[in-house]
Design a binder for this molecule. Structure first.
Ligand code: AMP
Length: 220
């Protein structure tokens, strides 16, 4: 199906389901899913200088510097063009301003900003039970899917791992960073482009969230 909305930002705290939903939307609407976290993890896995620089921040649950996040997104857009579903970008007001400037320069403004809202308690439960595939980005819940670390990803066969920043300590840091640096991004869009900002309750089941997102992507 062809979405009417081509430039989409998904905002939300860790484990609000941004990655899972962006993946499903990308498959349904063929809009590229761009996770800055996954791009950084891939650099890190390959041991590139950028990956090593990023790892010093990500493993502690801190954001990488804006300049680095903006650079990785600018490179992606140069190579792939201005059609995207951003998951995890922008994470600061500075990044949001950079994105607006870059899109204004090519007269291709954002179509949608969606905030996935969920309680801190639900986030803690999800993260501490989460196993991830670093190859394809799929995530699984040890409690819901009855799987253990080291088992093969059911999608691509790579071993499932607990992300370094999914530890209890790093999670508290990530929640703090989200409140202090990323929530102001919501206020920024509320101020600059309220018509494209939508909020979704991410505590609902995955299918219900997907249905609401699909409606947002396909209606004017
Ligand atoms: P995520 O996979 O979205 O949870 O991101 C994992 C980690 O990558 C974050 O905790 C940050 O350290 C880093 N990261 C991802 N996206 C950004 C961004 N837009 N700005 C700064 N750091 C980021």
């Amino acid at each position: 199906m062809n979405p009417l909305k081509q430039r989409i930002v998904l905002l939300g705290p860790p484990a609000s389901g941004k990655g899972t939903q962006a993946d499903r939307l990308a498959q349904e609407f063929v809009t590229p899913h761009v996770s800055t976290g996954a791009l950084l993890r891939s650099e890190c896995e390959r041991g590139t200088p950028l990956g090593r620089e990023a790892d010093a921040w990500t493993c502690k649950g801190l954001l990488v510097p804006d300049e680095l996040a903006v650079r990785i997104v600018a490179t992606w857009m140069q190579e792939n063009g201005p059609r995207f579903l951003f998951d995890g970008f922008p994470r600061t007001v500075e990044q949001a301003k950079h994105l607006d400037t870059a899109l204004a320069a090519i007269e291709a403004p954002l179509d949608l900003v969606i905030l996935l809202q969920i309680s801190d308690e639900a986030i803690r439960q999800r993260i501490l039970n989460r196993l991830s595939c670093l190859k394809c980005g799929a995530t699984f819940s040890t409690s819901l899917h009855g799987i253990a670390e080291g088992q093969a990803c059911s999608r691509c066969g790579a071993p499932l791992v607990r992300r370094k920043d999914d530890s209890a300590e790093a999670l508290e840091q990530r929640l703090k960073v989200y409140r202090e640096l990323t929530l102001p991004v919501v206020a920024y869009y509320e101020r600059t482009s309220p018509a494209i900002l939508h909020r979704i309750d991410a505590g609902m089941g995955s299918d219900a969230i997907f249905a609401q997102l699909s409606t947002l992507l396909t209606t004017l």
